[in-house]
Design a protein around this ligand. Structure first.
Ligand SMILES: Nc1ncnc2c1ncn2[C@@H]1O[C@H](COP(=O)(O)OP(=O)(O)OP(=O)(O)O)[C@@H](O)[C@H]1O
Length: 334
């Protein structure tokens, strides 16, 4: 019988900020079954990172319950929580490797934390190196590796202590399409050979389609659609899902029905730069930087951008910019 590994019921997560309450997640219900690959898709700001922090037990929900293998999270004491966290492996968009350590030493790190003996550790490292296809790279440093190889180290490190679930947070977003494919194939192989449950968070429907069994669509903190990947692709019910699916299937017919010209500024320059690079990387939008203008009195820099794409996506990115305290002036909208 396939059992629920993780069950989230009526989850709500609200952050109290100086500008009021932010409802990052509302009424979230999710059941992740043992051995499946479950995808969670959503635009930036939908609540994906918040959901991940709840699943990897780093944060507690404001209300609602989380069950792991039938046990209530509230029944765990601090020590049990720490132990439970060790059974959750995680890989990241930017790999999070230790730059001063070799490939083998990076993989050794979690084994050192569990105080595994040297001989056993070396055996486990060579097993993992083989599993992720990094033979011959044991002594290389991360800076000497390609993006795909770095993510393979991340995967080996995440699997070192035999987790029962692997969380993948935008794990292929920084990789080119060919490397993305090879990493997804590796994840699929690991799922089949080890029976490992995988939860994958992404904003790319192509990633979901390639390896997931089931998918949930997260929009403004709510799960708006959920089902088997085959069903959701065959008949996406919500507009947002249609956007994800439609654009994936037919990029040249993407919806560019709305265009706005905005001036963006922020008190903190790095924040503006980060948001601009996110905007430019959003493949559902066509974004052009039209110019920059410095304000003498405030020393703030304004950036003029044109954004073209589906109205829903534009609304979502504008809300995201506003929630991140980027000042927006709308110049033109059609
Ligand atoms: N610690 C926090 N304090 C206040 N607000 C927060 C906090 N963490 C997240 N939020 C807010 O909750 C909402 C969801 O954020 P979250 O980071 O989970 O989205 P996301 O889908 O992961 O987006 P991205 O892909 O851009 O990281 C956003 O409005 C965000 O500003």
């Amino acid at each position: 019988m396939v059992t629920d590994l993780i069950q989230l019921s009526n989850i709500k997560k609200t952050f109290q900020t100086e500008h009021g309450a932010v409802h990052a997640l509302s009424d979230v219900n999710l059941e992740i079954k043992e051995g499946e690959i479950f995808g969670i898709i959503g635009y930036s700001g939908a609540g994906k990172s918040t959901l991940i922090r709840l699943i990897n037990l780093l944060e507690k929900p404001t209300s609602g319950t989380i069950m792991i293998e039938g046990r209530h999270l509230t029944d765990f004491n601090e020590r049990q929580l720490r132990e439970e966290r060790r059974t959750i492996g995680m890989i990241f968009q930017h790999f999070n490797l230790l730059w001063s350590r070799t490939v083998a030493q990076n993989i050794a790190f979690p084994l050192e934390l569990t105080k595994m003996k040297k001989k056993q550790r070396d055996e486990r490292i060579s097993e993992l190196i083989q599993m992720v296809g990094l033979e011959g790279k044991e002594s290389a440093y991360p800076a000497e590796l390609s993006g795909g190889q770095k993510q393979r180290v991340g995967i080996a490190r995440a699997l070192a202590n035999n987790p029962k679930v692997l969380l993948c947070d935008e794990a292929t977003s920084a990789l080119d399409p060919k490397t993305t494919d090879s990493i997804l194939s590796l994840l699929s192989k690991i799922n089949k050979t080890l029976g490992l449950t995988i939860i994958l968070i992404t904003h790319e429907m192509a990633v979901i389609r390639k390896i997931c069994d089931r998918v949930a669509v997260l929009d403004k903190g709510r799960i708006v659609e959920e089902g088997s990947v085959d069903d959701v692709f065959a008949q996406p019910l919500q507009t947002i899902t249609q956007e994800f699916v439609g654009i994936h299937q037919n990029p040249e017919r993407a919806d560019f029905s709305e265009k706005i010209i905005l001036s963006l500024s922020a008190a903190k320059k790095p924040l503006l730069q980060k948001k601009l690079s996110q905007l430019l990387g959003n493949k559902f939008l066509s974004v052009n930087v039209l110019g920059r203008q410095s304000e003498q009195e405030s020393q703030a820099e304004k950036t003029l951008v044109s954004i073209q794409g589906p109205p829903e996506t534009i609304r979502s990115v504008v809300n995201d910019l506003r929630s991140e305290r980027v000042t927006i002036e709308v110049f033109e909208s059609k």
